[in-house]
Design a protein around this ligand. Structure first.
Ligand code: HEC
Length: 118
């Protein structure tokens, strides 16, 4: 009888260990916690172009050719959508932060749009 209880407990403990292994955040997830997380959006070029026209071309030029800010015409070859999302969200040097001006989804959409520019 006792044996049954012991092995039953053992199996339950094993099950718990497996569940914990999968539910605890991995190292990578912990490392990413400080980075802004890009929400998943489907690219809408039309919306991206409107947002960029209203917010970015004063510094980056109406063809993204650069002005006060750098040329962004081939920015997708250098930066991934996640990196672009981070820069637009947090700003960088003289590049302003858009965290309070645009919605996360809007920034993500612009990031996806720019990432296609290669
Ligand atoms: C007030 C002017 C200004 C506005 C408005 C602005 N930017 Fe910038 N941006 C800059 C400057 C200046 C830099 C260069 C920053 C640095 O590296 O010091 C920059 C850098 C960037 C970079 C990184 C380029 C690289 O080669 O590393 C990206 C991407 C970018 N801007 C996207 C945007 C987007 C998208 C918008 C609109 C939502 C925007 N910017 C609006 C001035 C601006």
């Amino acid at each position: 009888m006792q044996k049954w209880i012991m092995s039953g407990l053992f199996i339950v403990a094993c099950g718990l260990a497996v569940v914990l292994m999968f539910s605890l955040p991995g190292k990578e997830e912990v490392a990413q916690e400080n980075k802004p997380q890009m929400p998943e959006v489907t690219l809408s070029a039309e919306q991206a172009e409107t947002i960029v026209a209203n917010n970015c071309i004063s510094c980056h030029g109406d063809q993204l050719q650069g002005n006060v800010g750098p040329n962004l015409q081939k920015i997708g070859a250098e930066l991934s959508a996640e990196q672009l999302y981070g820069i637009i969200t947090k700003g960088n040097g003289n590049m302003p932060s858009f965290k309070d001006k645009l919605k996360e989804e809007e920034i993500a959409n612009v990031a996806l749009w720019l990432a296609e520019k290669k």
